[in-house]
Write a protein that binds this ligand. Sequence first.
Ligand SMILES: Cc1ncc(COP(=O)(O)O)c(C=O)c1O
Length: 382
Amino acid sequence: MIYLDNAAGSYPKPRQVSATLARALEEYGANPGRGGYALVRKTEAMCEEVRHQLARLIGADDAQRIVFTAGATASLNMAVWGLLQGGGHAICSSMEHNALFRPLAVLADAGRISLSVVDADAWGYVQAADIAAALRPSTRLIALSHASNVCGSVQPIAEVGQIARQADVPFLVDAAQSAGLLPLDVQDMGISLLALAGHKALYGPAGIGALYVAEGLELTPLISGGGAASELRHQPEYYPQRLEAGSINTSGIAAWGEALHVVEKIGVEQLYRHASMLVARLAAQLRCLPGVHLHLRADEQRPRVPVLSATIDGITANQAAEALDRRGICVRAGYQCAPLAHRTLGSYEEGSLRFSPGWYNTAVDIDFTAQAVAELIAELRA
Ligand SMILES: Cc1ncc(COP(=O)(O)O)c(C=O)c1O
């Protein structure tokens, strides 16, 4: 099998990550914050260590401002709902994944906020100046994905961060597709809220993620419940417990911690270089095939993550993905949960065929895949 769907979830996981996940139920079987006995303390210490690993990854000063969640979708919903309870105006771009766009759309459609969707260009890039132009006195949030899960375009986060800082507006960044591939620094980039997914380029298991909340920013908890300070009527004010109601995914956290060690050891730059080299190799071969259109300009110099989307004249993305599946190649067809982005990129009718290599793919995988695409075109057009 050739797995080229790492943007949906990386596979395989590093061996030590699978092993840690299997062992975690035995080693970290207690529930953090529920008791003071040794197994609770051991489990708490493990969770704190992973919080610190995440803080190092994103340049956060205070690991306690990192909240464990069930994934980037949960983090983004916590940020959007937590910040916009009082209404106001929000800004996002036309490249957002549904995980960010839908909570904003729900609030906008209920008349609780007004929403400006800033258009990206036809290759998926947003201009920082267009975000600045959308600001209003009532703006309460700027929300952007760092990198597109459809075409890989990377947005000018540091520039927008500066604009947000000057305007004193919280800046939420969806780093689901960039964490593990691009450097992140919440201080330098002016990010006040950062959503992370554990199961993509950070090589952790599904069902774990995190939300960073800058010091001084107040979010209304989306969910309330058990955990710290049981004597209080409401969630405590302090972090991370303020946003960590209920039992957290300790096995997932343990395995994510192991995955973060792997990412630290290989290095984000090396992980990026490897997958980008594979995408460039695939793009070069697919470009030569008749009727194949890439969501990537041949002379693109702007920053991007290693995701490649294609459409093929006369063959639907689903037909192509099925034909590749018959050859043992796993790719994602359709809208990739980002219909807005497809509208922007001109592929709204049926989405695209998306290839997203990871650390465990090789040039041989890529050449085999390009050859398979050539064959399926000949076969389906015959
Ligand atoms: C850009 C982007 N944001 C958010 C998500 C949602 O992440 P999760 O699966 O961790 O909820 C994804 C997943 O595909 C994504 O690509």
